[in-house]
Design a protein around this ligand. Structure first.
Ligand SMILES: [Zn+2]
Length: 507
């Protein structure tokens, strides 16, 4: 008896179709799995057998072969458990084949017959998006984001068999209790005391999509500031929301109750995290790392120079390409989306004094080595480099609270809309041609920047960055035409020197 059941597996954040073929024949009793199952997928044999027996079905003394087709890619994890169990029960003549012909299945089986969520239900369902699926009850939200057919949430194998044999109707309940989604806190700009320069930089970063580097000593509030960027950003557009949902599903992270990730994520991994958890990969499934989890949102790297060189390389790749390649072996490498806004933070030097006479006791060499860890090509990607100082005591205890996120976000939304309508992209994506076309300078601004270049205070790349930032400043001010001197001066002020003369010149 041969039974075939539809399912899927994931590689990275992408699903691939799998056809589970079950063959049961007379012979020496045994259970063989073919078709490149990885270790955890191979363990399905024991889980499936236990679940079937616990639910009260007979396990025949026969030779059982399960083939996971096609054999060209590795099948990872436990997501095929349910399809294998259903295939076996068809082959055992417990479930009629006609009942499963039009269905696909995914989910892990517990030894007690429970059907559990696995990482990647959304990309798996996407493989047969028009088909009907049986999914773990606690993954129904993400399945429904992707699936256009009927999605059947089922929590137990015996309940599934009852439904498939017509002994009972399909379970109705939407149990989303598996991994609990925690609504992200609203980090409000009104909580930031003082720091007018850093506040403006955040607003500009949000409006223009510019990467932003904070340079300042510990305690200057760099993390507090960075956390406030996502709430200044608009909702994700539908295509990005779907990609982000796929990545978060593939990681096994909790998803919002409605399934779709609609708000820009914020990720702030520590530099001591393993490069696997930052870049992605792993020995079983190729799980998304923090760099991909930030897709559509904000990646904040505090003490950026302290991250491992392989992480900084992957970061540069992501910033340039909007994706990274994940996986160790060449033929196993898969692309993973990773387009995010980067906020880096660094001390100006090992001691935090930033080379200021009297405040810094680092020599030039150790300062150079410290900043040198951030490679030139990566530093080049930061349109905004802003010095932040520890707030003054007066600012902490008195003073007016600054504008709130609710006051700033509409300005950001308007500026983004203006940019998108004008050039089809945010200002951070403007290259030389785009700048000439969409960010012309007035005579005054042009002469001012020309003098900076002539005096060696601005490189060609630096000039590009200044022009992009001035475009955003002018947009925020409701001035969509040629950029005048005032905005150029303001942009020049958002270009901190980084505690090292050589880098300062290159900036
Ligand atoms: Zn120092």
């Amino acid at each position: 008896m041969i039974a075939t059941v539809r399912s899927a597996t994931i590689l990275g954040a992408r699903g691939h179709p799998v056809s589970v073929e079950v063959h049961v024949a007379k012979g020496i009793p045994g259970f063989t799995m073919l078709g490149l199952p990885d270790e955890s997928c191979r363990e399905a044999r024991d889980r499936v057998r236990a679940a079937i027996v616990t639910c009260g079905y007979t396990w025949p003394d026969k030779k059982i072969t399960v083939n996971l087709a096609p054999p060209v890619y590795r099948k990872t994890g436990s997501g095929l458990d349910l399809a294998i169990a259903v295939g076996l029960l068809v082959a055992f003549e417990v479930i009629p084949f006609d009942a499963v012909r039009e269905l696909a299945f995914c989910g892990e089986l517990g030894l007690d017959g429970s059907i559990r969520r696995v990482p990647g239900v959304a990309p798996m369902v996407g493989v047969h998006a028009d088909g009907d699926w049986v999914v773990p009850a606690d993954a129904v939200n993400e399945a429904r984001v992707v699936g256009r057919g009927v999605i059947r949430p089922v929590a137990r194998l015996d309940r599934l068999v009852e439904a498939l044999t017509g002994a009972a109707s399909w379970p109705e309940h939407d149990d989303t209790s598996g991994v609990v989604w925690v609504e992200p806190e609203l980090h409000d700009m009104a909580d930031v005391r003082g720091q007018p320069h850093a506040r403006l930089a955040l607003e500009v970063a949000a409006a223009g999509g510019h990467h932003l580097l904070f340079v300042g000593p510990p305690g200057a509030g760099k993390t507090m500031l960075a956390r406030r960027l996502p709430n200044l950003l608009p909702d994700l557009d539908p295509a990005v929301a779907l990609e982000t949902t796929m990545i978060h599903s593939a990681s096994g992270a909790a998803l919002p109750r409605a399934g779709l990730v609609t708000r820009p994520p914020f990720r702030s991994p520590h530099h001591t995290s393993s490069s696997g958890s930052l870049v992605g990969g792993g020995s079983h499934a190729l799980r998304p790392g923090e760099i991909s989890m930030a897709h559509g949102g904000v990646l904040f790297l505090d003490e950026m120079g302290q991250f491992h060189a392989t992480v900084l390389d992957a970061l540069r790749e992501a910033v340039e390409e909007g994706r990274i390649m994940v996986g160790r072996v060449e033929h196993d490498r898969v692309p993973m989306p990773a387009r995010f806004q980067l906020i880096g933070a660094t001390n100006p030097c090992p001691c935090g004094g930033g080379g200021m006479p009297g405040a810094c006791d680092c020599d030039e060499r150790s300062r150079a080595r410290y900043i040198g860890r951030l490679s030139g090509p990566l530093l080049d990607r930061f349109d905004l480099r802003v010095a932040v100082a520890r707030p003054e005591v007066d600012e902490l205890f008195g003073g007016e609270p600054g504008e709130s996120t609710a006051q700033i976000a509409p300005r950001v939304a308007t500026a983004r809309r203006v940019a998108l309508e004008r050039s089809g992209s945010l200002n951070a994506a403007l290259d030389d041609n785009g700048l000439n076309e969409f960010a012309p300078l007035t005579k005054g601004a042009s002469e001012l920047l020309r003098r900076e270049v002539e005096r060696g205070r601005l490189t060609a790349r630096g000039l590009q960055r200044i022009r992009r930032v001035s475009r955003t400043l002018a947009d925020l001010d409701g001035q969509p035409d040629a950029i005048d001197e005032m905005f150029a001066i303001s942009a020049l002020g958002m270009r901190a020197r980084i505690g090292l003369s050589a880098v300062g010149r290159a900036a």
